[in-house]
Design a protein around this ligand. Structure first.
Ligand code: DX5
Ligand code: ZN
Length: 218
């Protein structure tokens, strides 16, 4: 199944509750929440208290993307805040198996994210343990960047490996997804599509989400 995940990084943070509700009304499948610490990436966004506030606004699945150093330190806080899916970067300096098991022990879904220049092979030892791989199609840190097509072969390779092993692991693609780029991402094998600026800049968010979904569903 193809899922559309608006990234609230592109929302108006002065009215975050309304923005979250508007994503829900527009038919979002997941709500993508970008957490940045100013160390792993050169931007600072939000932390557990804001995730908790978002949790209180919506029943939507919260897809929390941690772009933070040593994520193991903060997994309990994000679990307590109400995250449903926690995706952390393999490059971020925590023991990957420990992070996965902490998330899974809480009954939540663990995801591993890889930046554009990180080889997909680093995920393979953990593929049987996780629910999602997030392939970054821009350098993590900011919304509104252009999609990098050079990551698509990694999506293809991961999809082939997931099928080979008979697993049910989602492939999420994140960065520069819009009505022109989503088709290639889908074709390569992605099935969860994060989209920030395209959805939030559109006058009609429902139409924007429906358009993305229609292209993904081919
Ligand atoms: C970038 C974030 C993305 C970003 C997507 O580091 O992980 O989720 O908000 O925004 P767009 O769709 O504008 O590239
Ligand atoms: Zn993200």
């Amino acid at each position: 199944m193809n899922l559309i995940a608006p990234s609230i990084l592109s929302c108006d943070f002065s009215k975050i509750g309304e923005e979250v509700e508007s994503c829900q009304k527009a038919g979002a499948d997941l709500l993508h929440v970008d957490v940045m610490d100013g160390c792993f990436v050169r931007n600072i966004t939000i932390g557990p208290p804001v995730v908790k506030a978002i949790r209180a606004c919506t029943p939507l699945t919260l897809d929390v993307h941690l772009m933070i150093d040593k994520p193991l330190r903060y997994i309990p806080q994000f679990l307590d805040a109400g995250a449903d899916i926690i995706t952390f970067h393999v490059e971020a300096g925590s023991p990957v198996d420990e992070v996965i098991s902490l998330i899974k022990k809480a009954g939540k879904t663990a995801g591993i994210a890889i930046s554009p220049n990180t080889p997909y092979e680093v995920v393979l030892p953990y593929l049987n343990e996780i629910g999602m791989v997030l392939v970054m199609s821009v350098e993590p840190g900011f919304g509104g960047q252009c999609f990098c097509p050079f990551v698509l072969p990694k999506v293809e390779a991961l999809r082939a490996e997931i099928e080979n092993r008979g697993l049910n692991v989602a492939i999420e693609i994140d960065g520069g997804i819009n009505d022109e780029t989503i088709a290639d991402a889908k074709k390569a094998g992605a099935n969860v599509f994060v989209s920030g600026s395209f959805i939030f800049k559109s006058n009609d968010r429902k139409a924007a989400i429906e358009k993305l979904r229609a292209i993904a569903n081919g």
